[in-house]
Design a protein around this ligand. Sequence first.
Ligand code: UD1
Length: 444
Amino acid sequence: MIEPQIETAQTIELISADVKSSGLDKMRVVGGARLKGDIPISGAKNAALKHMCAALLTDEPVQFTNMPNALVDVRTLAQVLNHLGMTVALRSDGVAILRAKEITSHIAPYDLVRKMRASVIVLGPLLARHGQAEVSLPGGCALGGRPVDLHIQGLKAMGAEIEIEGGYIKASAPKGLHGAEISFPKVSVGATENLMMAATLAKGDTILKNAAREPEIIDQGEALIKMGAKIEGLGTPEIRIQGVTSLNGAVHSVVPDRIETGTYMCAVGLCGGDVRLKNTRMDFLTALIGRLEEAGIEITQDGNDVCVHRNGSKLKGVDIMTEPYPGFPTDLQAQFMTMMTLCEGAGMITETIFENRFMHVPELVRMGADITVQGQSALVRGVPKLHGAEVMATDLRASVSLILAGLVADGETTINRIYHLDRGYENIVDKLGQVGAEIERISE
Ligand code: UD1
């Protein structure tokens, strides 16, 4: 069933070498086109990264299809895992084959972790399989402090001894991990995933209460079940895991990227047009779709595709508030706000997940948007037009929101520091270009 031809570490070097990610690259967008045609949707970044970490839990090969292998985050994590002893083959056809036959190091060094905060997800599986893990603290990031206390407290409850020393989380479980009942004081995607993976190999039963319910966690749980894990309650606030002594290899297809899907829905909302989003689903975007429909956008599922349509009528002003799944995703807040800049009336955008997630606002204002921020909320009053400008990308979703603004602005928009986009959007220039947008990457 599984292709045992695991490539060597060299594969990663080869693939990483062709990442087009110069911090100096820019994106040039000329606004005005209505969007028409097909856009293929990639596998979910936020599921793919966790699947890769789950491969640490077994000495057998694990194979994933529909992987967004072109993403810089996927390649960075491949380097972290390779450092721990895993061989990783990332193929251009979206297949990834990973095998951690032996764990040769338990240290995820700062140099690699600092490039991607999600590296902290290796902590749980490494500890469960190897009994020892040292992971550099990811540090602050553009979205605020982003602590990892919930990951640490949960692992401690499962018997881990953990100290923070010299900027590293130093964890060991000399007697192995044991099951525990863990009630999260706050819903956390990463902590739920980290502890779910750790619990698969812990002795006894673990109950995760107030667990996150994101589709990517369900996808991860389903892959773990294929690997032999015993998990119940996926998609509910209570996940129960019965520990087993070992896991096996498996083959799994990664769930479509709902954030990429939602981003292109907002693009059509903003520019107008008719676009078929290929190989994705609308059922895991209920909160977004409800708001898009209120704003005047039509969305329908057609087999494996989702069709998005807006005619020339004005967008209506709509309020949103970000919340844990199934609420409105924080990762689509910036894109929705950009869409609201041209609405009739006004829309109120409230961010409850991250403390510093309005960094796109000053850039949108430079393009002519009328936005007032007060605390956690931004009041967006619709304007008749945005104007092209030179703007700066600050994080992944803020970057794409500026691309969307450029698609509808008068004249030319140049977006600087676009390396954030390479972390999370596969082939965005081609995908938008093939539906009629005028967009190009300028290498410095
Ligand atoms: C994941 C996603 C990210 C998304 C976020 C929320 C990945 C790689 N990233 O991030 O794109 O925006 O979910 O949907 O999947 N918190 C604590 N202590 C902790 C952990 C989290 O206080 O130990 C707080 C965070 O600061 C934040 C909130 O909990 O305010 C939610 O964060 P969390 O769900 O953990 O986000 P990530 O897993 O980091």
